[in-house]
Design a protein around this ligand. Sequence first.
Ligand code: UDP
Length: 309
Amino acid sequence: MSKTALITGGAGFLGSHLCERFLKEGYRVICMDNLITGALSNIAHLNKNPNFKFINHDVSKYIDIDGEIDIVLHFASPASPVDYLNYPIQTLKVGSLGTHNALGIAKEKKAKFLLASTSEIYGDPKIHPQPESYYGHVNCIGPRGVYDEAKRFAEAITMAYHKTHGLDTRIVRIFNTYGKKMRRNDGRAIPNFISQALKDEPITVYGKGSQTRSFCFVSDLIEGLYLLSQSDIHEPVNIGNPKEFTVMELAKIILKLTKSKSKIVYKPLPADDPKVRQPDITKAKKLLKWKPSIELEEGLRETIKWFEC
Ligand code: UDP
């Protein structure tokens, strides 16, 4: 009999890619999402698959599912800074109550558990690049605190369930990821710049554009997630592409690839925007034998094609 995966946030950007991957690996997939930032269009093509089932449910509320579940992948959460600023309470609730409920169903079903955590738990980092051993530098009452602290709590409760109840847990710290199925208006740098460039509208660079990020193409990330889900590593693991770019470099690459006539305009830097971000992926390389393979320009070309449709 095939195994069953419960994927919370399964109609979101990463969640929907995970649904596809787990179906391909022969799992039955239960996708749970309340659609505040996810979209049915991300999973519409999966509805004909008899191994796929969608449940519209807010995981911050008690989760009740009949039958066996072998693995719970907890990916529900607003994940773009604009989204978590628009939904601060929901973001805190899904990271805390939602993680508690997702752990609860994993415990009841004796299922494995994978928590989607984030590079945001490092805040505006004082150590660069960021290894998993770094505790971070987060402003808990700043605008990003709702996401950062919710995910820090989520990691803490996941480890507590592992240590106290022996739950078979894993934690991935996901760094900036991009690719098809990102919402055009989700407010992050890559969808914003591509949408603006394709319409020849001004490219909105925040601050001077000297802040850095390291962008991972979605297929590389999903491969790392799948390997982690099948591993026995209980400590957090960074998954991301360590190649670092300034936001200005990113804007210029997107202008070049889209052959856009857009001009760059400068907007204020949002509060607590991290000045640098780059994953140290030594652990993933060693323990999962994983490293990303898609270069930024190659991944952006694919993403631009999808945005053009
Ligand atoms: N950014 C920008 N213009 C935009 C959107 C984002 O300059 O239209 C900057 C943002 O200030 C940050 C970086 O791009 O420094 C990455 O932002 P994003 O929202 O993609 O994700 P973050 O890494 O901050 O979670």
